[in-house]
Every structure is written in C-alpha cells, then in structure tokens.
Ligand binder design. Structure first.
Ligand code: NAP
Length: 308
C-alpha cells in the first residue's frame, strides 16, 4: 500500500459515484480520512451502516472544513448551489473537483463561487451503471475506465497532476481536454445514446397494436439492451440534457439526418446502402473491444453496466 496522496477528502453526495470513490480510496489507501455529507438523513444513515466513511456530517459546508480534496458528486444541476455553500469553508490550497457528466456548465456554475485560494479541477469519470445511491457503488467501478479532467486555463499543473494521480490509483486512465470538447464528445458517446434509449422504450410502451406483455416477452430481440440504459436516474439525466443542450442538439441534428438517409434506403429497397452502413458500424464495435472498453461476449460483457 502506498503513502496516502491526500490527508482528508470530502465527498459531497455519497451516491453511486461518490460512494465508489470512497470505497476505491479506502481500498487503495489513497487518503487518511474520508468525510462525507448527503442531502437526506436516510442516505447519511445508510453510509454510516455501510461503514464506508470515517465521518458523516449533515451539512456540505461542514464536510469540506480541513479537506485537502473535495469532490462534489451531486447531480449537475445543483453543483453551482453546492459550490456557493462550501466556498467560505474551503481550506486554502485544497483541490476542488466534481464528477459531473457535463463540464461546460460545471465550470460556469461552480467556478465563480470558488475562492482563488483553491485549485478547481473539474473531472468526469466515464464509468457508471444505471443504479443510484450508496449501495450501488463499488471500488472497482473506475478500473480501466477513463477519467476526463477539464481544468480551466491557468490552473496549477501540480494540482491537476495530483488529481490525475488520485484517479490513476483506482485503475483509471486520465485524459485532459477543454470543457467544450468534453461536452461534444460525450454528447455523441453517452448523451445521444441515452436519449435514443429513453425514446425507443417510450415508443414501445405507447404502442397499441403490440401489447406490453409482448414487448417484455420478446425483448431479447434488441429492446432489452435499451431498457437498461433507459433505467438510468431521471434527475441526473434531466440535468445532463439541460446542461449540455447545444452539443446534444448538434448531435441530434446529425442523427436525424442519418435516420432520414436510412429511412430512404429502406423505402427504396436499397440493400447496398444498408449493408454498407451496417458493415461500417460493425467495425466500430470491434474497435471498442480492441480498446478494452467491452468484451466480445454475447449480451453484456461487463456485469456492472455502462459508461456515462
Ligand atoms: P446518485 O447515486 O443519485 O447520488 C447523488 C447524490 O447527490 C446523493 O448522495 C444525493 O443525496 C445527492 N444529492 C442529490 N440532489 C442533491 C441536492 N439537491 N443537494 C445536495 N445533494 C444532492 O448519483 P450518481 O450517479 O452518483 O451521480 C453523481 C454525479 O456523477 C452526477 O453529476 C452525474 O452526472 C455524475 N456521473 C454519474 C455517472 C453514472 O453512471 N451514474 C457516471 C459518471 C458521472 P440523497 O441520497 O440524500 O438524495
């Protein structure tokens, strides 16, 4: 076990991501003391029962006092309010980060509240499942997954490197990019797929000619795979679409054009166009497997679900 990278960390919001960070930090001996705060008494009580933090406190401001690293792990839409709440109690020299799935809005919403005495290094661990809450977390969630850091211009490189080292301890690969680029990349790799899943599951649910029990019974034909993604947390995903509006609309526009092209090919009986498109997409799947981001097994290779 290595020397702890941080003395005290504060995790605001011990849900799926926050509790996974706490578990991984413990497992890797990355920190000496873990403090956490949750909005509801129920979650706080559950974290105490699980024994995954050294200290569970009621207020976010109290949690960050004396912490060397603060990670805000709440839905994107409330990160700004949490930043305002914790700002006066942050320890000078502390690193303040988050786990939000959108980065432009985080920089805009959190940045202005934070004092110059702290290092603000926003982060997005591209790892997750469709489950929520402290029971859903696990220490291995970030293994062989990417964590994207989007430090604002002028951020101390040493602070960025220290946070990168923290994520690497959990088996994550770290990449740095601008918030806007992050939001474009994730719009197509994560946000659009979720929107499609939410749509298709809703479409099937509203059919009159095909019954709901038939949809469930024959779901292995492809539908089932979408239902897992469409089971993701409604609050989190509402916030993501509102916060990443422009990039999602840009990708959605392109997607709609491509759907129109495929629609035309089907209507015209243009088998060559369909075959060409399906051959191209099959190669992308192979690339994902070669990149170690999934296994070639039938159904889901990973027991723990998808990336957000
Ligand atoms: P989660 O399991 O639902 O946990 C969210 C936590 O935030 C809970 O502890 C909750 O407290 C707290 N919270 C919710 N609303 C709050 C509010 N208004 N004020 C203060 N605290 C509040 O969510 P998660 O999946 O861990 O997601 C957390 C963040 O990570 C989000 O920004 C999300 O975009 C990002 N992320 C998620 C995934 C994923 O796959 N889920 C992947 C990567 C990044 P209570 O339990 O007391 O309500």
């Amino acid at each position: 076990m290595t020397e702890p990278l941080f003395d005290t960390i504060a995790i605001i919001g011990p849900g799926l991501i926050g509790s996974s960070i706490m578990r991984a930090a413990r497992a890797q001996g990355a920190v000496r003391t873990i403090v956490t705060s949750a909005r509801s008494a129920e979650t706080r009580g559950r974290v105490v029962e699980l024994g995954i933090a050294d200290k569970v406190v009621e207020s976010n401001a109290e949690a960050v006092e004396g912490a060397d690293l603060v990670i805000v792990c709440v839905p994107v839409g409330v990160c700004g309010a949490v930043a305002a709440e914790i700002a006066p109690r942050l320890k000078p020299g502390a690193i303040v980060s988050d786990a939000g799935s959108v980065k432009g809005s985080i920089v805009r919403d959190m940045g202005p509240h934070l004092p110059d005495t702290v290092h603000f290094v926003p982060a997005h661990p591209v790892a997750g499942t469709e489950h929520s809450g402290p029971d859903a977390g696990f220490a291995e969630l970030f293994e062989n997954r990417w964590c994207i850091l989007t430090p604002p211009e002028g951020t101390d490189p040493q602070a960025v490197e220290k946070l990168a080292g923290f994520w690497r301890l959990f088996g994550a690969n770290v990449e740095t990019m601008t918030p806007d680029h992050h939001d474009l990349v994730l719009a197509v790799t994560s946000h659009l797929p979720h929107l499609i899943a939410y749509t298709i599951v809703g479409t099937a649910d509203e059919l009159e000619t095909v019954t709901r029990s038939e949809v469930l019974k024959f779901s292995a034909g492809g539908f089932r795979d979408f239902t897992r993604i469409a089971a993701s947390d409604p609050t989190m995903w509402r916030d993501i679409f509102l916060a990443n509006k422009d990039a999602v609309l840009e990708m959605l526009g392109r997607f709609n054009e491509d759907v129109a092209a495929l629609t035309k090919a089907i209507r015209r009986g243009d088998g060559d166009a369909l075959f060409e498109q399906f051959t191209r997409t099959r190669a992308i799947r192979r690339g994902i497997i070669e990149a170690g981001q999934d296994t070639p097994d039938a159904d889901f290779g990973r027991p723990h679900g998808h990336e957000d």
